[in-house]
Design a binder for this molecule. Structure first.
Ligand SMILES: [Zn+2]
Length: 477
């Protein structure tokens, strides 16, 4: 009876795939013994939270969602600065300018809602990330709340009700243990009673602490333990409920992390090379990646800018819109799934080194353009395999217990999988189905990065789907 199927998607923000089994995630490790574990799961590029939240919530690549950077370059809406997709106020401006639609692809939550299924989103991520998971929750009378941006809670009145019952939201801390615990409390003791068919629980840790404390930091380790403990509470609850309901639990992360070795000021570098930045000049957003849009009257800058980025030592690889034709120094943006109608002119991944190890024995470090993330902290957004590697495992009807799969998979597969379990029709833009383990052959493609001897971008193709595997240097596997 398909109507009886229920799906819970649990996201542990920023949990690197290779942290599994290292002793810090006992509940996740135990979950894997009941689940099918996709060990080669990948985020989409840029490996930033909101880009991947949109990919997860729709099952589509950034080219189709229209959200391909955490700070959106949309000069037709706001020419003076990129719009911050973490800020619900900026998201409302995007929605208003796009006819009420935040994303170009319908979300799983909205499709479920239209089919009469109840959806609930309980989160401790940013208000923006949370909104992307169910942009129209309020219109359907569904619960959508984040402890990080309480005033964004839907439906109206729920925040006050919860505050009366549970007390005020615990102050932010690193690790954010109190908030994580409150998040689970709210699910278990309030929201679960609304009996949603689809529940999305997005935990903002360990990402929140990793950024400041780094991969080997003691507080980061505590954050991973704390979020794993919350997963344990959810799984205990679900095991109890499973006698009456058919639950599938999908545990995922949205990206990995690498150590920040050095800061770079990308705009300063652009200005130093004579390129105009800021209002009327190149509109840009940087982190461990970059998105750059040229003003309409300065298309002449495209080729010299591409040439500059292709040679800059702080850049790992540069991508240009396919419509720009083969642009020297760049790879086509369609390769990384970003060449949509809203794509910026150029995208880059910042330089990183895989063969660099933290005190915690984890590989990967890279350059970072940020005012807030320190050297010694960790970050994501780029194309190192350690940033792309995510946690992905599913347990429930249709998934073998204790199975591991090395088939290509990723955040874009989650929506289709949940849709099938909920008996929803699949739109054409949606990607794969995790339970579909037919033995397609895996094709590996290596694309040489122009001007960077030995460096290649590796893609893994599985059936009709393509996954960005990462950037590798000569001799690296
Ligand atoms: Zn994240």
């Amino acid at each position: 009876m398909r109507d009886g199927n229920r799906v819970m998607i649990v996201v542990l923000d920023g949990l690197r795939g290779d942290l599994i089994g290292s002793g810090v995630t006992p509940n996740l490790d135990a979950f894997l013994s009941t689940a099918t574990h996709f060990r080669k799961a990948r985020a989409v590029f840029p490996t930033s939270t909101r880009v991947n939240a949109a990919a997860l919530s729709t099952g589509a690549m950034p080219a189709q969602t229209g959200l391909m950077s955490n700070r959106l370059l949309a000069p037709e809406i706001e020419p003076a600065r990129p719009l911050n997709t973490g800020d619900p106020e900026d998201l409302r401006r995007i929605e208003a300018a796009r006819g009420g639609r935040l994303l170009d692809t319908e979300t799983l939550a909205e499709r479920a809602a239209r089919a009469g299924r109840r959806v609930a989103v309980v989160s401790s991520a940013s208000g923006g990330t949370t909104r992307l998971l169910h942009p129209r929750a309020a219109a359907f009378g569904h619960v959508r709340l984040t402890l990080r941006d309480w005033k964004e809670t839907a439906p109206a009145g729920l925040a006050a009700e919860l505050e009366e019952r549970f007390g005020s939201v615990p102050a932010a801390a690193r690790p954010n243990t109190g908030r994580l615990r409150r998040q689970t409390d709210i699910w278990l003791d309030a929201v679960a009673a609304t009996e949603p068919h689809l529940a999305i629980l997005w935990y903002g840790e360990p990402d929140w602490t990793l950024h400041q404390d780094g991969l080997a930091g003691p507080r980061s380790r505590a954050a991973i333990r704390a979020v794993d403990a919350e997963l344990g509470r959810l799984l205990d609850w679900q095991a109890d409920r499973d006698r009456d309901e058919r639950w599938t639990v999908i545990v995922a992360s949205d990206h990995g992390h690498v150590a920040v070795s050095e800061k770079v000021d990308a705009r300063e570098n652009l200005r130093g090379a004579g390129f105009p930045t800021g209002f009327g000049g190149i509109l840009s957003s940087f982190g461990r990646y970059g998105a750059l849009a040229l003003p309409a009257e300065r298309r002449d800058l495209l080729a010299p800018l591409a040439e500059f980025l292709a040679a800059a030592p702080w850049v790992a690889a540069a991508f240009a819109r396919d419509a720009a034709g083969p642009l020297p120094g760049t790879l086509p943006m369609s390769l990384i799934g970003c060449d949509g109608p809203r794509a910026p002119d150029l995208m880059i991944a910042l330089h990183g080194i895989r063969d660099a190890w933290t005190a915690g024995g984890l590989s990967g470090q890279g350059l970072m353009d940020s005012d807030t993330v320190p050297v010694g902290g960790s970050a994501h957004g780029g194309l190192l395999p350690e940033e792309l590697a995510t946690v992905l495992a599913a347990s429930g009807p249709g998934f073998d217990r204790g199975r591991t799969s090395d088939a290509p998979a990723g955040v874009t597969d989650i929506a289709a999988t949940a849709a099938a379990l909920l008996g929803l029709a699949r739109p054409a833009s949606e990607r794969g189905l995790l339970g579909d383990l037919r033995p397609h052959s895996v094709q590996v493609e290596n694309h040489a990065v122009p001007g960077r001897p030995g460096r290649r971008l590796r893609m893994r193709r599985y059936g009709a789907q393509v996954y960005v595997d990462g950037i590798y240097e000569a001799g690296e596997e």
